[in-house]
Design a protein around this ligand. Structure first.
Ligand code: ADP
Length: 391
């Protein structure tokens, strides 16, 4: 993995304010999902503002693509094109009278041609699911939609690293889930993502790496299961253990869990318990998952799905699949956490269809394979074309 951005020994004190960063070093690798976790005032927002040069450290250096940044106007422009920043409050970011103009602001300022601007805005709005809202005034949109406008504005510049200050704050659970799914999709498209949050549940289940901050310092930077096992550090930082870790600890004490791997999702916990029932031979027969590429779906194929009694559950993963399902009139049972939910159904003997596209097809296969290996299940993933041939 390449390092795309590095903070080296940063120190920062706000004018007439406290020391907000104290000897902070961090490497951000390509394709990584990092959650910066800590209590209020820990220095998370200050650290994020260093990533695209909005704040300049008192000492230390920020390195981008192997070079220290020197904070010239030109260099900052280049950095901000590559490092997209989405503020906690989208009202601080949205400036134009229509959604289209707002998303076009970055590309216009980067001197894209008219066609390039149109292409990048159209693609970015499609990605966040706001196609059709181009002419709306952003200030009349819901909180979740505004956040997506701000995201589209950043995506339109095709950055390598996306920085989100508290991505889900102020959003209802459905909008929050939708934003986090989008972040996952972006990571699958090769982007690196760093978020700040004080929501330990969200950080634990989403991130590849947790960077725990307290009083301006990074106190640990490790895999989620390791970071959230350090009870004393968590207590000092006034954070609680994620509920899944608490549950796992309790199951271990009861002798009901023996897995070496601490579960990161409800599915992991169910899989762990399911392994025991496989050993005793008391499990129900599993259902299967049919996997369809959204881009190869047509109306006649959809007819077959809709009238197929064996498939009552349909999940759509990713913006392309959701849009295609909508265009073809397919009603989606699941639009978030699709793989895990279909696996949970498969354990209880029910079949499902997952519609997705691009790199996410592989993700379904590897998640199911990993789950089978961990839990002792043999849930099958059948390509849609094979299923149609045989039914
Ligand atoms: P977090 O994002 O973890 O809540 P911040 O980075 O916002 O933490 O703040 C770190 C410290 O810097 C806090 O003590 C906060 O009060 C202070 N601080 C943040 N912004 C400013 C500012 N603009 N002026 C003065 N002090 C600030």
């Amino acid at each position: 993995m390449n390092c795309i951005l590095e903070l080296k020994k940063l120190e920062y004190q706000y004018p007439n304010g406290p020391k907000a960063l104290n000897n902070v070093s961090l490497r951000v690798m390509q394709g990584e999902k990092i959650a910066l976790v800590g209590p209020n005032g820990a220095g998370k927002s200050t650290l994020l503002l260093m990533l695209n040069g909005m704040l300049k450290p008192d000492s230390g250096a920020v390195w981008f693509q192997g070079e220290p940044i020197s904070y010239t106007r030109r260099e900052l422009m280049n950095l901000r094109k590559k490092v997209g920043f989405v503020f906690q409050n989208p009202d601080h970011q949205i400036i134009a009278p229509t959604v289209y103009q707002d998303v076009a602001f970055g590309p216009v300022n980067l001197d894209y041609t008219e066609e390039e601007v149109e292409k990048s805005v159209t693609e970015a709005l499609m990605y966040v699911g706001l196609t059709g809202l181009e002419r709306r005034p952003p200030h009349n949109l819901s909180g979740g939609e505004k956040k997506k406008v701000a995201m589209a504005g950043v995506l339109a510049m095709n950055p390598d690293l996306l920085v989100f200050d508290e991505p889900t704050s102020g959003l209802d659970p459905e909008s929050a889930r939708s934003i986090m799914e989008l972040l996952d999709e972006l990571q699958h498209a090769g982007k690196s993502i760093i978020i700040s949050t004080h929501d330990v549940e969200l950080a634990y289940t989403w991130a590849d790496r947790i960077v725990l901050m307290n009083q301006g310092k990074i106190i640990t930077s490790s895999k989620p299961a390791d970071a959230f096992s350090e009870r004393e550090l968590l207590r000092d930082a006034k954070l609680s253990k994620p509920i899944l870790v608490e549950l796992y600890d309790a199951l271990c004490e009861l002798g009901m869990a023996k897995s070496e791997k601490i579960p990161r999702s409800v599915l992991d916990i169910v899989g762990m318990l399911n392994r025991e029932c496989h050993r005793s031979g008391s499990c129900k027969p599993s259902g299967f998952i049919i996997l369809a590429d959204a881009e190869s779906l047509t109306e006649d194929l959809v007819e077959k799905i809709v009238h197929n009694e064996a498939i009552k559950i349909v999940g759509g993963m990713g913006s392309v699949a959701k849009k295609q399902a909508e265009a073809l009139g397919i009603s989606l049972t699941y639009t978030h956490g699709v793989i895990d939910k279909c696996l949970l159904k498969a354990i209880s003997g029910q079949n499902s269809l997952i519609i997705t596209s691009g790199g996410m097809i592989k993700r379904v296969l590897s998640r199911v394979e990993g789950f089978n290996a961990e839990s002792g299940n043999t849930i099958e993933v059948i390509p849609f074309s094979d299923y149609l041939q045989n039914n």
